[in-house]
Design a binder for this molecule. Structure first.
Ligand code: BGC
Length: 860
């Protein structure tokens, strides 16, 4: 046998393949992301090699050499593919870059002509860049800007008999259904050598004609026997019989182009027009494609574009700019379409508006919508939110929260419509109807189930993140009681056609909901007949148990259909990567094929229902839709109807003239405080974004009605001659468990927490201003801006009127409209109001005497 010569330490080159159009369109493709991805995804090359060695290889194409008479057209190419050998010897020296620039030499690579770009290093080690035209010989650009890592990644192992290498995987595009590899390889000795290419479980062998010094080979994998997919191609290797092989012996390696370009090409073959089509589609998916569908990742445009070929099922979150997002989103979806893939469903927590989008309309949080008791209004509000979402391409709203909220200490009380199923159920159903009316958006009812009914952690089952005793606590109730209180909103929502439901972080009698087959499958899917997609909460499946893989298996077996792990689909912060575990669960059969296919069916069915298969693109005119005047007017009406008047000693409504009105307090001129959590950011607007774009503060609204409004935020502009003082006080923003509080902290004027709960802040003496005006003989109207009832019993004594504004959102003018009597207050309490801290939690019918009853609310 011949020992291959190691003459030059230059050459290796490898390729890279791309989804040409997509990579060009996406401006945010970074090397950084590709580096991360390849290290995340890399599997042991040794295991790949051994898998390859155990499988059979097929050979197609002995040697195909450069032929100076080649015309470069594809017909020639196909004859080469079929194995014809019209080799001309090709001697290569340091100037061999020219070989690639000659049209005569382009034929063997014409498969990749569909690629808009690719990059290689030539045999002389000079990086060259070619466009598809260049492949045909039209032009060539020499640049030294291309990555060169491939040279060092070609490693001789196994005593030099095997050369391992990685694809130059810039952009992270996975290789699906790799059918072959073509390469330049160095021969030129006296004995014949067999060249074997290994890719994952596939290998293929061909003979090297040793009489030719440099020659092209096309080694074709046995495609019919199975496809070489995804991570299997992360590590490739070439062996040459018993001979030592180094990078110097190999020049350009080109993966066979066409199949690579059409990774999940199923949609090119199947048009989804029926449930049967969905089943056919599922039947054609590879394990990798199935695993990818089940994973929901966090949106990061630059990473997402690299995941096109992986075919991820869904994303969460959006860029914080309408046009940036639409550009990124449309480029991304176009890449998927071009690639024949399944469009991913993009989700967002549009909890009270398209609330992470600057200039979007922010509606009252649900507690305020609950106070309206107006199902038609809730439906209209949801419809408006859906319009703003759909304009930007988002098709999956992770809202509404349909919790029956039983505990004021819970940081999510404001996301709930109220404390009884009678209040919540009809509003939840109305929201679902409005959200899904256009047929473009799936509403998600959450969190299943009884998230509003926890009482603290169950003994011994506190989650690892022991910060949120209520939000992730235990529901100690018997299942029948849970069903009576907490299931009706789900029943109503499902009847209204809810397409999606999210599992809850909490436990019921110590059992994690994410792992509870009883609640997720027996009750939700079987008893309630839920046909849509059941999504985990953020990393929620990993709360089931410490071992991530086992947790994933349990969650899927319990009934979860989509797993949300925004930061960890492909990386492994603190454990294994989600995608790897789902794939393993599929491949090892830890979750049955039937269960996996059911999970996929549900998700794909929802995608079909929201029209993603017709056109997943966002509207180009979204900027004019977001925050439109019409939408703001609907939000303002919602604010008006959410106001609850609880005390009025004939001081309200205010007069539009002839009355000097002091407007004061920390919450009067601050859109951040009037909007609360889930606004621009998870925990609410940052300190420098207090009066964010498009918002009208309550003070602005007050000034619209009277020219005699004077602002005295803290008492520095004290008005002894005022006729009336309207003081706005309340809570700091928070979201989720960050807002969990001890009952003793649910009083005004206590230290509160900053918006990310990192430190305590002194909200200022919110009560002093009220006290000063009251002592100066100025009647005081106290308006509470809050996400839940607070104990304000003493303060109300000092005030001549008391009104609750909840968290009205961007349209502060609606609060002013009611104070000035333009609209008579009609809101009623959706929560029983405690008189003292030791009454908390308090609910109707629990034998406590509250300050105000559920349903209380006055009019003028
Ligand atoms: C919340 C969910 C939310 C998800 C995605 C979780 O922490 O509990 O309500 O939809 O994050 O942001």
């Amino acid at each position: 046998m011949k020992r291959l010569n190691v003459r030059h330490i230059l050459p290796l080159l490898i390729i890279m393949l791309f989804l040409g159009a997509c990579s060009k369109e996406n401006p945010t493709n970074t090397e950084e992301s590709s580096a991360t991805e390849s290290s995340e995804e890399g599997t042991s090359s040794e295991s790949n090699i051994s898998a390859g060695e155990s499988s059979s290889g097929a050979v197609d194409g002995s040697s195909e050499s450069a032929n100076s008479s080649d015309t470069g057209d594809s017909s020639n190419e196909s004859s080469n593919e079929s194995g014809s050998s019209d080799d001309d010897n090709l001697s290569v020296d340091e100037s061999s870059a020219e070989i690639m620039s000659s049209s005569d030499d382009t034929t063997p690579f014409s498969e990749v002509a569909a690629l808009e770009e690719y990059s290689v290093l030539n045999k002389a080690g000079v990086p060259i860049s070619k466009t598809s035209d260049a492949i045909k010989g039209a032009s060539e650009t020499v640049t030294d800007a291309l990555p060169t890592e491939e040279i060092t990644e070609g490693v001789s192992v196994d005593g030099g008999k095997t050369l391992e290498f990685k694809l130059n995987d810039e952009g992270n595009r996975p290789i699906c259904r790799l059918s072959g590899i073509r390469l330049w390889i160095k021969g030129g000795a006296s004995e014949n050598v067999e060249i074997t290419i290994h890719a994952g479980s596939k290998s293929a062998t061909t003979a090297l004609d040793v009489t030719v010094e440099w020659q092209r080979l096309f080694v074709k994998f046995p495609f019919e026997e199975g496809e070489v997919n995804g991570s299997e191609t992360d590590n490739l290797s070439i062996t040459a019989g018993d001979e030592a092989l180094t990078v110097a012996d190999i020049s350009l390696v080109v993966l066979d182009g066409e199949p690579l370009l059409s990774c999940p090409s199923v949609l090119k073959e199947i048009k989804i027009e029926s449930e049967e089509d969905i089943r056919t589609l599922i039947g054609k998916l590879t394990d990798e494609q199935k695993a990818a569908q089940i994973c929901m990742a966090g949106w990061k445009a630059e990473t997402a574009s690299d995941w096109v070929g992986k075919g991820l099922g869904s994303y969460l979150d959006n860029d914080r700019n309408v046009s940036t997002f639409i550009t990124n989103y449309n480029n991304y979806q176009q890449g998927v379409i071009d690639n024949g893939g399944i469009p991913p469903m993009h989700s967002a927590d549009a909890v009270h508006g398209h609330n992470y989008m600057p200039n979007a309309v922010i509606f009252p949080h649900n507690i305020g919508m609950g106070a309206t008791r107006n199902a038609a209004l809730v439906e209209r509000v949801a419809e408006v939110i859906s319009t703003e979402l759909a304009a930007t391409g988002i098709r999956w709203n992770l809202s509404p929260t349909v919790a029956v909220s039983r505990d004021e200490r819970w940081g999510r009380m404001y996301e709930s419509f109220g404390e009884t199923p009678e209040i919540v159920a009809p509003l939840a159903a109305a929201y679902v109807r409005g959200m899904q009316k256009s047929g473009k958006i799936a509403a998600t009812c959450k969190h299943f189930v009884a998230d509003g009914g926890t009482t603290g952690w169950a003994k011994g089952v506190a989650p690892d993140d022991t910060q949120y005793p209520i939000d992730r606590g235990d529901v100690a109730l018997d299942p029948d009681v849970v069903k009576a209180i907490h299931l009706p909103p789900y029943k109503a929502s499902i009847d209204a056609g809810a397409l999606s439901i999210m599992a809850a972080y909490n436990t019921i009698q110590g059992e994690k909901l994410h792992g509870s087959k009883y609640w997720l499958t027996d009750v939700l899917k079987d008893e309630l007949g839920f046909k849509g997609v059941l999504v985990s909460d953020w990393n929620g499946m990993w709360l089931i148990e410490a071992d991530r893989y086992n947790a994933v298996v349990k969650g899927l077996n319990a009934g979860l259909d989509v797993l949300m792990a925004p930061f960890d689909v492909f990386s492994s912060n603190g454990g294994s990567a989600l995608y790897d575990d789902v794939l393993k669960a599929i491949q090892e059969g830890a979750v049955s094929e039937e269960r996996i296919d059911d999970a996929l069916f549900r998700q794909l069915w929802v995608k079909w229902k929201v029209g993603l298969f017709n056109d997943p693109r966002a509207e180009e005119n979204a900027s004019s839709v977001i925050g439109s005047v019409t939408h703001r007017e609907i939000a303002r009406q919602a604010v008006r109807e959410s106001m609850v008047l609880l005390k009025n000693e004939d001081v309200l409504p205010l007069s539009k003239s002839g009355q000097k009105i002091v407007v004061g307090g920390s919450h009067a001129n601050n859109a951040a405080l009037q909007s609360g959590g889930w606004t621009l950011e998870w925990q609410g607007p940052k300190a420098d974004n207090v009066n964010y774009a498009g918002a009208t503060t309550i003070l602005d609204g007050m000034k619209e009605h009277s020219s005699e409004v004077v602002f005295d935020e803290t008492g520095d502009n004290f008005q002894t001659d005022a006729d009336i003082a309207v003081i706005f006080v309340g809570e700091q923003p928070y979201a989720e468990g960050v807002g969990d509080r001890a009952a003793a902290d649910l009083v005004l004027n206590k230290f509160d927490f900053d918006h990310d709960n990192s430190s305590q802040i002194d909200p200022g003496d919110q009560l002093m201003l009220m006290k000063r005006y009251a002592e100066a003989g100025v009647p005081v109207v106290m308006v509470l801006v809050t996400g839940r009832p607070l104990v304000v019993t003493e303060q109300i004594e000092q005030a001549s009127a008391f009104m609750v504004a909840w968290l009205p959102g961007s349209e502060g003018g609606g609060v002013a409209d009611v104070l000035f009597g333009e609209y008579n207050p009609t809101g009623t309490l959706p929560q029983t109001w405690p008189k003292t801290v030791d009454q908390i939690p308090i609910n109707k019918g629990d034998n406590q005497v509250p300050l105000y009853e559920l349903d209380d609310g006055l009019s003028y």
